[in-house]
Design a protein around this ligand. Structure first.
Ligand code: CUK
Ligand code: CUA
Length: 667
């Protein structure tokens, strides 16, 4: 069956080739395949759909026949939708949504269950539960600088939080909130062996942000920072009480590039607003966009975190505790030789380290070049104290000329850079709306070093781009996805809010080739892409009665035959099971004012036999994957009769999988 499909595709390609020979200028694929005969019908399809040879090639390259799988998985940030979308490449089909900071009623995430309540509580900001997030930078866990397929991390820019997704079941296990800062940005990048997740602040604020200080004291009292959160692979969690923070100036810390191989132990975080401007439009101040673009140069923070870690371990680096966080002051960091600045051109954004760890590529949004710094030169400059004075906070400024390796003129609005397996770099050009391919120190095909090779238009205003493995020590290459901010004419009109547009680009050949448009939900920022085969997710949970958050046997798991209702004063505990196609018990009779604790165990062991639990008028929908026990608490505060039912169509008798909650009037 499968073989036949492939055979058909091949014959189709060959057939189309003949047709193409007759109709269009012959190129690439068509030239190679010419001479075969065209199966009946295909010629008509190509003609009626007005497909060009390029279209047909793109179709054949992205087509994944029904029942077959994609080669890569793309984890794309959903931006202010607070989620991560899992997309198959090359088909660009959406395979899964992972809710991280925002609710998702399909997965019963945040729709009443106790586990999400606990998660959201971990992520409370200034004491308030936040039910959404702004995901910018997904990151995969690393072993020796390469994706290991175990964990996925995502930052929430809006609330300075980080979520951990366990890739055994593609679910969130932990949300942590940085108590010092209101917003974060850089982070989302792991050190080489997932020792630390590095979180950088975005907008300056007093430390902690819950302390008020007037704007007029911005320089004195506001700060930025970088927090190093140790990750414990065994428990799959951040060990928050072992974190350390390096205080930074109140410039806006932006993207960070993580050192690799020879530069392992260092992180390179760019900043903007070295002007330290503050808003005040009504007081006659220029707009922030004007104030923040005054200077020719901002600063790239160069941080030796490995040395900080060692000095902290031996008690040689003094810290103070703020809001429970261990903080190294700027002064101490400078004294210890773990913090430097390098000037970087106008409104920097991306900071990306080459796979060999030798170069750091930064892009100034208002500079037509990308600037390439050499790690080796940075080390020499530090050793020989090749400094250009200090910034207003006493941080030594490494001489630009002493650190720079090359400036490559690429065009307008360079943002982010990634690398392929052949030695090329690719930069997203926001203003030019293109992906620009360029050479590093060697042109893989004999091109000039440090020079633009090719520019491919994208639609439109690309933000990030991602190459498969493009931020690791060993990129896979083959595909590049451009994550575009505007879509304009790229999708059928569906109202003034357009879908965002991802574009798949084939980078395996000499020339880049645009293969597909893929509209998505939410603002796409960064994405990471890895071969599907490195992921080994469970098909069902390994045992029955697991708690979905701890993955340990739930204290409230209920075995078949053990279903019961246990009343203790006003607390009513219902130990329920779900199996195709019934709930036991299927009637819950309580009095108004009772507190109901439902504990539902899905006894099914079959793959995909998920049950839902939707309770009318109580804002509750649970999703119980096979093996899970899910808990929900609520007060039966209104009298009435409320049906509940399974909200997953699980069997022929799914419609009958229901019950009633009856609430008698209290007295
Ligand atoms: S940022 Cu969105 S395009 Cu938050 Cu990574 Cu550059
Ligand atoms: Cu269980 Cu439908």
């Amino acid at each position: 069956m499968h073989k036949n499909v492939k055979l058909l595709a091949l014959t189709a390609a060959a057939g189309i080739a003949v047709f193409a020979l007759a109709q269009w200028p012959v190129k690439g694929l068509f030239a190679q395949l010419g001479g075969s005969s065209l199966p009946a019908g295909l010629e008509a399809i190509v003609a009626s759909r007005e497909l060009s040879p390029d279209d047909v090639e793109a179709a054949l390259k992205t087509y994944v026949p029904p029942g077959s799988y994609d080669e890569f998985l793309l984890f794309a940030s959903g931006g202010q939708a607070g989620n991560i979308e899992v997309i198959g490449v090359p088909s660009m089909r959406l395979i899964k949504n992972i809710p991280v900071f925002s609710k998702d009623s399909w997965q019963g995430f945040g729709i009443g269950d106790d586990d999400t309540k606990r998660l959201f509580k971990q992520g409370a900001a200034a004491g308030q539960i936040q039910e959404w997030g702004d995901v910018h930078h997904p990151a995969l866990s690393l072993t020796n600088g390469q994706y290991d397929g175990q964990f996925l991390f995502a930052n929430d820019k809006a609330n300075a939080r980080i979520g951990v997704v366990d890739l055994r079941d593609f679910k969130v296990r932990q949300i942590i909130k940085n108590p010092l800062i209101a917003t974060n940005h850089c982070g989302a990048k792991m050190t080489e062996n997932s020792e630390y997740y590095v979180e950088g602040a975005q907008f300056g604020n007093p430390l902690p942000f819950t302390e008020f200080s007037p704007m007029s004291k911005y320089k004195e009292n506001y700060r930025g920072l970088a927090t190093f959160w140790p990750f414990d692979r065994a428990s799959g969690k951040f060990v928050t009480n072992r974190s350390f923070t390096i205080e930074l100036p109140p410039y806006y810390q932006d993207l960070g590039g993580m050192g690799k191989k020879i530069s392992h132990g260092w992180v390179f975080i760019n900043t903007f607003n070295a002007e330290m401007a503050t808003p005040g439009a009504l007081e006659g101040k220029p707009a922030m966009e004007v104030q923040v673009s005054q200077r020719e140069m901002d600063y790239l923070h160069v941080i030796h975190w490995k040395k900080a870690e060692e000095l902290l371990a031996s008690g040689k680096l003094p810290t103070r505790t703020i809001s429970g966080m261990k903080v190294v002051s700027i002064d101490q960091a400078v004294k210890a030789g773990i913090l430097y600045n390098i000037p970087e051109p106008k409104s920097p954004h991306g900071s990306d380290v080459t796979p060999d760890g030798r170069f750091i590529v930064v892009s100034g949004k208002l500079d037509p070049h990308v600037t390439v710094f050499s790690f080796d030169k940075i080390q020499k400059a530090i050793a020989s104290k090749s400094f250009d004075g200090k910034d207003p906070f006493g941080i030594p400024i490494i001489k630009f000329d002493a650190a720079v390796e090359a400036q490559v003129e690429l065009g307008l609005g360079p943002l982010h850079t990634e690398f392929d397996d052949k030695g090329y770099a690719y930069t997203s050009m926001f203003l030019d709306s293109s992906i620009n391919k360029w050479t590093l120190e060697k042109g893989p095909r004999g091109e000039k070093p440090w020079s633009l090779v090719e520019s491919l238009p994208v639609h439109y205003n690309t933000g990030h781009l991602t190459v498969a493995g493009g931020d690791t020590t060993q990129p896979y290459g083959k595909y590049l996805v451009s994550l575009n901010k505007w879509s304009l004419d790229r999708a059928l009109p569906v109202g003034p809010l357009h879908p965002q547009n991802l574009q798949l680009i084939d980078i395996s050949g000499e020339k880049m080739k645009l293969l597909a448009d893929a509209p998505v939900v939410g603002e796409p920022h960064y994405a990471v892409m890895a071969p599907a085969k490195i992921f080994k997710p469970w098909k069902v949970y390994p045992e029955v009665g697991l708690n979905g958050l701890t993955l340990k046997k739930s204290a409230t798991a209920t075995a078949p035959g053990q279903e019961r209702v246990a009343r203790n004063g006003k607390d009513v505990h219902v130990y329920m099971t779900a199996i195709r196609s019934r709930f036991v018990p299927d009637r819950i009779d309580v009095k108004q004012g009772d507190k109901v604790h439902l504990h539902i165990t899905n006894l099914d062991r079959a793959e995909d036999a998920t049950h839902g639990f939707a309770l009318s008028a109580h804002n509750i929908n649970l999703s119980m994957d096979p093996g899970l026990t899910v808990d929900v608490d609520f007060v039966a505060d209104r009298s009435g009769v409320f049906p509940f039912y399974c909200s997953e169509f699980c069997s022929a008798l799914h419609m009958e999988m229901m019950g009633y909650l009856t609430v008698a009037k209290g007295n």
